[in-house]
Design a protein around this ligand. Structure first.
Ligand SMILES: NC(=O)c1ccc[n+]([C@@H]2O[C@H](COP(=O)([O-])OP(=O)(O)OC[C@H]3O[C@@H](n4cnc5c(N)ncnc54)[C@H](OP(=O)(O)O)[C@@H]3O)[C@@H](O)[C@H]2O)c1
Length: 290
């Protein structure tokens, strides 16, 4: 797996967001290009909200082939696409753009990436009761994916109740067979309300800082419930406490890899080398955490 020489034939991909300094996507996408011998490179583009439209219109003219879109642009990008995939329409956000000529084709791989990360562990959410904590971009993709996958009951909880209500209405509108329940503050401290949950997903930013409180205590859940933290940097306190309480646990690394692999496939039309991407990330995180 040698380094690819950059020259006039090299295809260019990237990620647009703000802040973007800590993105891990270049690590896994460049590893994938190298593994398959594709003459391409992937770089971060720091782009503020005021410049999103100009940048998205300019990049294809500069020969860029595709980009990922991250915080804070995922929803704003939706209005700037020429075509939008069914998946992106369902989530109402874009995380992947393919440039063809001057046309922008928008897609979203977060939800399928999340489901693939479950499938990889032999977990099928169909018929299960799931609780999603948070109502931001990640929670939206996960909640929509769970509704799409046929969960039995979907519960939502967010610090700002109105945002959970909006997400619930969105899902209710798009999926005739799924009508989410928005939990009140007292309900996420109640065994009666939580002990039938099979999968709980932390899609809040709680845990990014080691001094953060845990989003919900495992004491209210039955043993063996899956505690899935979307944070991908090692083990959060929440995951550690859940393990001590005999819960199943998963962190966000696998979702990160799968959403990236699906973006790679959308751009290149080739099967992504998922293992290579995962190993590149694990090695990088191991180096940066030591
Ligand atoms: N593994 C992956 O592939 C992947 C992909 C995307 C995101 N993520 C992770 O998912 C998390 C959420 O990302 P996002 O893009 O959805 O962020 P976001 O859009 O900014 O949403 C943040 C969410 O966290 C909640 N929150 C923030 N501070 C809180 C606090 N002190 N107490 C309770 N809730 C709080 C917010 O609630 P309010 O509405 O009340 O503000 C909101 O629901 C991040 O940790 C991110 O790293 C992982």
């Amino acid at each position: 797996m040698g380094n690819i020489q950059l020259n006039g034939d090299t295809k260019l991909f990237g990620i647009i967001g703000h802040p973007i300094k800590h993105t891990l996507s270049p690590v896994m996408q460049n590893a994938a290009f190298q593994e398959l011998g594709i003459k391409a490179t992937y770089v971060p583009f720091p782009v503020g909200v005021d410049n999103l439209e100009t940048v998205l219109k300019t990049l294809p003219q500069m020969g860029v082939s595709g980009v990922n879109i991250t915080v804070p642009h995922k929803q704003a990008a939706l209005t700037l696409m020429d075509t939008i995939s069914e998946e992106a329409k369902k989530i109402c956000a874009i995380n992947t753009v393919l440039f063809k000529g001057n046309k922008l084709h928008g897609h979203n791989t977060d939800g399928i990436g999340f489901i693939r990360s479950l499938e990889e562990k032999g977990i099928n959410p169909k018929g299960k009761n799931a609780l999603v904590l948070g109502a931001g971009g990640a929670a939206r993709a996960v909640a929509v994916a769970l509704a799409d996958a046929g969960v039995k009951e979907l519960y939502l909880y967010n610090r700002t109740r109105e945002r959970a209500d909006l997400l619930s209405q969105h899902i209710d509108h798009h999926f005739t067979y799924c009508s989410p329940h928005v939990l009140e503050d007292h309900q996420i401290r109640s065994k009666e309300d939580l002990e039938h949950i099979d999968i709980v997903v932390n899609a809040t930013t709680l845990g990014l800082n080691p001094s953060d409180p845990i989003p919900v205590s495992p004491i209210f859940f039955k043993k063996g419930t899956l505690f899935y933290d979307l944070i991908y940097h090692g083990e959060t306190n929440w995951i550690q406490v859940a393990k001590q309480s005999k819960m199943e646990v998963l962190n966000g690394l696998s979702m990160l890899v799968h959403q990236g692999a699906l973006s790679f496939e959308f751009w290149t039309g080739k099967p992504a080398p998922v293992e290579t991407m995962q190993t590149a990330l694990e090695k990088y995180l191991c180096r940066s955490e030591n």
